[in-house]
Ligand binder design. Sequence first.
Ligand code: ATP
Length: 365
Amino acid sequence: MSGISLKSITKQFGDLTAVDAVTFDVADDEVLCLLGPSGCGKTTTLRMIAGLENATDGEIYLSGQDMTHLPARARNVAMAFQFYALYPNLTVSDNLAYPLHAEGDSTADIAAKLRDIAQVLQMDHVLDRFPHQLSEGEKQRVAVGRCIIRRPNCFLFDEPLSRLDVQLREEMRSDIKKVLSGLSRPTVIVTHDQLEAMTMGDRIAVMRDGKVEQIGAPQDVFNNPANIFVAGFIGTPQMNLVGGIVSGIGGAIAVSIGQDVIELTGELAQPGHGLKLGDAVTLGMRPRSASLESESGQGILSGTCELIEPMGAETLLRIAHPAGQIRAIVTDRQGLKEGGTIHVRFAQGSYRLFHADGNRIGDMV
Ligand code: ATP
């Protein structure tokens, strides 16, 4: 059995179902990121794995052992929190060794583990310093070191990088990923930062209202979101999601978006999606799949250019279309002006189509 296994785990706080029948497995050498908006139940799920919160229902297995009703101290998990607390009056060495002393390790064992961890985290040069003499990134690294030094059953991280500035987060993301991949322990990382989840997770689980909406490899979830919620949550800028009506089903599926008609070819044009003329659907398009056209026509969406936002090498255009706002990212903005009419085409094969109930239609490549 895999390293961490949750079977229909549920947590009720009074009337509130904070976690609702969540089921997933994390393999021994896998990093799973729990991603979702504030209040969706990520931290509560993590705390139930750690034994800091009792599950109302369901089962939790660690290394194949049923831990559902065992207290935190019997689970041998290591958890690092968003607010890392280092002991201010202990040196980095002593902070790192603290959990080992608490577990009664021998002096020789502690020294060996300290040497290892300092090497893994490249912290030899700060071992004798006190926390106030460290940068934020170094403090974070000590907190991670204290978490991994014990070689527990699994690692649990709650927003491990949220206190760091953007540049440091980027560095630490790859640092932590490197360290974790050398340890071969099942790891769950809670984050609301999709970039963090996409870069650090072998798989991500997108949560909403206590439920897992989709679980899969980051690129797969990005390319093939299971529903409108996931489609809108993953990706920056957000995927365009515009309402339309099925206006043709012979051969290709045609979708009318306001005055414009988009014909969907490829996999989406195959029969068997159960669509009828007049069905309400939502069409999803990533802003980076857009290209500009000089005039309106088949497969082109036309609207008014509301805003031109330079983003360095790229430019984000906000287009007012009768069906709603459309975002397009282009590399050449010559000749564009706010208030002007703009025609945009999204690449065939990049469209995603969703039923009125929010679920995606068809599997696309
Ligand atoms: P965030 O990203 O803001 O930390 P989260 O996804 O981690 O959010 P949780 O902290 O797991 O969300 O909370 C899930 C829901 O459970 C929220 O509505 C929260 O208010 C509620 N909740 C969490 N802990 C308790 C508690 N001890 N008592 C009552 N309600 C709680």
